[in-house]
Design a protein around this ligand. Structure first.
Ligand SMILES: Cc1ncc(COP(=O)(O)O)c(C=O)c1O
Length: 451
């Protein structure tokens, strides 16, 4: 067979699989997916293309990650060049120059004195890394009794044992045994009664931070290592932090020597109009986790940014001894680093974080046009993100949002995300005003169609 025939045969196989059985899809109802697959075969800028060659406008930036849009030429070129130059170099005991360059660029975007960057490959690894750094930090400073971790109800911190332990989404926890010991949770910050149909940070709810004082009283600060929260809880359905909430958490942590971790896996790299949400709120956490937007989703990468003092606390003892016994084979992988640099260049050159901020009011107005549609219980917006709560069908929670997502994909040509009975939207930051309107028109039609 000629080379081109081979390539064509392969492409045909890739675009139209005839056996869907072997692949066990993550976080997906496998049986209904395999009955009616939603296959994506390519993407460009704001659009996906399905296996039957329909264009779908991307309302979700993939999974909150393709903030610069899809298959952007500079990122593609950078990955190609990196693959040709250095496929891999060992992450332990050796390093490659691009890793240092990227770390410097990430540090420059971070607030305050967060200037030390540890790389990994996903948001879940970033969370585990941050929790381990927090525990080890207290340990090396002689405060080894600080072992307790505090998360939040409805929080999502990925799927590692650390992340599901501090996370607060019941289905992500209840099947997996006893999880990490010594974890407690703050309450979620959402109340439909007090916050429904709010644009931006709700005025009501800062007092939820005071629950941390209660946990300190219960456990004693000397046992608590860190608090981890998402500045905007994303995966649970877009819950923006109430006004003043994060500032209060910071003050309580300071009072008691507790580290504050912002999980910015979703909010990092422009989603809320800033490089990091910490900047939007004027709060400097001790550790920031990131992933997703760092490479605009093109190559897996995650990481943790630490305040200088945290890094310095480890830099003691004999110099030939490893200071932090942690890392991944693919930490700072050359392809990811190249993609990261090209992505940060795009964010800078196209001013995409500021663009998200400028578009925020327009996005919020467009989202609120869905108010009053059948079954819409609440709409929450912040930055370029929105959660639309739908009334659950009797005895079948999650079904209505799933049907909206399917309808949106199959009939309307828009990609949305269903989380429980919430539809979440978070388009790439390159979205135009006309495309914002298009997305909400299509979502509105899908909501009405399945009503
Ligand atoms: C806040 C937050 N943390 C962690 C994660 C986990 O990231 P990953 O799926 O890359 O492991 C996510 C994923 O959505 C997230 O939203």
């Amino acid at each position: 067979m000629a080379q081109t025939d081979l390539a064509q045969t392969r492409r045909a196989t890739v675009t139209a699989p005839n056996d869907l059985e072997s692949y066990w899809l993550p976080f997906t109802p496998n049986r209904s997916f395999k009955r009616s697959p939603r296959l994506i075969v390519r993407a460009k800028d704001m659009h996906y293309y399905s296996a039957d060659n329909r264009a779908l406008i991307d309302g979700t930036a993939g999974l909150w990650c393709t903030n610069a849009g899809h298959n952007r030429d500079p990122i593609v070129e950078a990955i190609k060049r990196a693959a040709e130059t250095l496929d891999y170099s060992p992450a332990f005991q050796f390093a490659h120059p691009v890793a240092f360059e990227l770390a410097g660029r990430v540090a420059a975007l971070a607030p305050g004195d967060l200037n030390r960057v540890f790389f990994c490959n996903s948001g879940s690894e970033a969370v585990d890394t941050a929790l381990k750094i927090a525990l080890a930090y207290h340990n090396v400073r002689g405060e080894g009794s600080r072992t307790r971790l505090i998360g939040r109800e409805r929080g999502y911190h990925g799927v590692g044992f650390g992340g599901i332990s501090v996370g607060g989404i019941v289905n992500n926890r209840k099947f997996f045994g006893s999880l990490l010991a010594g974890v407690d949770h703050l309450p979620a910050t959402y109340s439909r009664e007090h916050q429904a149909f709010t644009k931006g940070e709700p005025q009501w709810g800062a007092h939820f931070a005071d629950e941390l004082e209660r946990l300190v009283t219960l456990h004693d600060a000397a046992t608590i290592a860190a608090v981890i929260v998402e500045p905007m809880a994303g995966s649970t359905g877009v819950l923006p932090a109430p006004q003043g909430y994060l500032q209060r958490l910071r003050a309580i942590c300071d009072r008691h020597g507790i580290l504050l971790i912002f999980d910015e896996v979703i909010t990092g790299f422009g989603r809320l109009g800033y490089a990091f949400a910490a900047e939007r709120y004027g709060v400097v956490p001790d550790l920031i986790t990131f992933a997703k937007g760092i490479t605009s989703g093109s190559v897996p990468m995650g990481g943790v940014i630490a305040r200088d003092g945290i890094y310095q606390a480890f830099m003691r003892g004999p110099e030939h001894v490893i200071e932090l016994f942690h890392g991944y084979t693919y930490s700072a992988h050359p392809l990811a680093c190249a993609a990261g640099l090209a992505t940060l260049d795009l964010y800078r050159d196209e001013n995409l974080f500021a663009r998200a901020k400028t578009l925020e009011p327009r996005f919020a107005d467009a989202a609120m046009t869905l108010r009053g549609l059948p079954g819409v219980l609440d709409i929450r917006t912040v930055g370029l993100a929105v959660g639309i709560d739908l009334a659950s069908r009797a005895g079948a929670p999650g079904l209505r949002a799933y049907q909206v997502m399917e309808r949106a994909f199959q009939e309307e040509g828009v990609m949305v995300r269903a989380a429980g009975d919430t539809i979440a939207l978070s388009p790439p930051l390159i979205v135009s005003e006309a495309q914002i309107d298009e997305i909400f028109d299509k979502v509105g039609r899908a909501i009405k169609a399945v009503a």
